[in-house]
Design a protein around this ligand. Structure first.
Ligand SMILES: *Cc1c(COP(=O)(O)O)cnc(C)c1O
Length: 377
């Protein structure tokens, strides 16, 4: 019999979450409204340094609202990181707009600022600048925001940051997600904090935050009867889910330290192995290492990423390839893409290792031992 399955990034729950959920029950606030929802939004805005936070049912919903409120509509072009989860790009298509994928840079694995700016310049010169840009901060590592923000501002491109994987990270002294017109966060079960499914839209603009709340609650006009002048969505987070989020958020810094400790232990264990390279931590901020990711160059290491992944799988340990770039996804076949070689190599060679905040040192040592054995063949 093998040991219990070790997951990549399972939820890490504490007792404060149960107490907040009990408060919700006892006060009868079981709706997508209530005091814990308000507190979750207020505390979250403070935590990330944005003026307003709107809690919604998923990170994907937050991104859909952000794009719509950025004015994205049918036929518009939206630049988007190609190396990401599909949820960064799918909402662009919900609005009938066209994604344009941009490759990564080696320093952070995130969107290449020089390439993004060149594409914006070229499109602006042709008379049609992109409407918006979705900048993803992968695996707890902030992208290089400043140069991308500068190009966006110069040409009126709305910057939306997908910080779903980057809560607790820094860019300079600030949180990724707080620089764009909008930032979005996710509280899916595998993220650094979870509400059992949920998301947050943040912005410094009071009017846009108000509009987001309005659209997320079926766009009900101010009237005693039900009246609607535009189409909205049912995207609000429940007071129960927000209760879990309140408890989770209070322990964020401990969760970040645990994940960083995992990364360091993996990096120390693999440092003498030729051909094995950890995801770099860029100079401009602190990564949370939401997931520990590394690349294995088979020409140097003598084994492939897939061989190591399967060796772990055989011991009931979940490891995963790095995100498959959007420009290689069947659903996005033929979509305009700039560059691609960097993200393609990261996908070919990249592996994500178990990184949960609650993972014990014994479990981590087991992952290391199996990976080392496979890598030293
Ligand atoms: C998880 C994730 C999302 C979407 O969040 P959901 O809450 O699952 O909808 C968006 N972008 C990235 C990069 C993610 O990892």
């Amino acid at each position: 019999m093998s040991l219990p399955r070790l997951y990549l990034s399972p939820p890490d729950l504490g007792s404060a979450e149960i107490e907040h959920v009990l408060e919700a029950f006892e006060s009868n606030w079981i709706a997508p409204a209530g005091p814990n929802l308000d507190a979750f939004e207020t505390d979250f805005a403070t935590l990330v340094g944005s003026k307003h936070a709107v809690a919604v049912s998923s990170g994907t919903a937050a991104l859909h609202l952000a794009l719509r409120l950025a004015g994205v509509g049918p036929g518009d072009e939206v630049l988007c990181s190609t190396l990401t989860f599909v949820a960064s790009a799918a909402p662009i298509t919900y609005l009938g707009a066209k994604p344009v994928f941009i490759d990564s840079e080696e320093r952070s694995w995130n969107m290449d600022p020089a390439l993004a700016c060149a594409v914006i310049e070229q499109k602006a010169k042709a008379g049609k600048p992109p409407k918006a840009l979705v900048l993803v901060h992968l695996y707890g590592q902030s992208a290089d925001i400043a140069p991308i923000k500068a190009c966006c501002e110069k040409h009126g491109v709305k910057l939306i940051e997908d910080a779903a994987e980057a809560l607790g990270a820094t860019y300079g002294e600030s949180a990724p997600g707080s620089f764009g017109l909008f930032g979005i966060h996710s509280f899916n079960g595998n993220k650094i904090i979870t509400t059992g499914g949920g998301g947050m839209l943040v912005t410094d603009d009071a009017e846009l935050a108000k509009q987001a709340r309005f659209l997320a609650t079926q766009a009900r006009d101010a009237a005693p009867h039900y009246q609607h002048s535009t189409i909205g969505y049912n995207y609000r987070l429940s007071n129960i889910a927000a209760s879990i989020g309140l408890g989770q958020m209070a322990r964020l810094s401990g969760k970040v330290s645990r994940r960083r400790a995992h990364f360091k232990a993996y990096a120390d264990a693999f440092k003498a192995l030729p051909g094995v390279t950890m995801q770099p931590e860029a100079t401009w901020g602190r990564s949370t290492h939401w997931l520990t990711c590394l690349t294995i160059d088979p020409a140097v290491a003598g084994v492939t990423r897939e061989q190591v992944r399967l060796a772990l799988e055989a011991e009931n340990i979940e490891a995963r390839p790095v995100w498959k770039p959007m420009h290689l996804q069947p659903v996005f076949a033929g979509v305009e893409t700039h560059g691609g070689a960097v993200s393609e190599r990261l996908f070919d060679q990249g592996l994500c290792l178990p990184s949960g905040a609650a993972m014990t040192e014994a479990d981590r040592d087991r992952v290391i031992a199996i990976a080392l054995k496979s890598l030293s063949r």
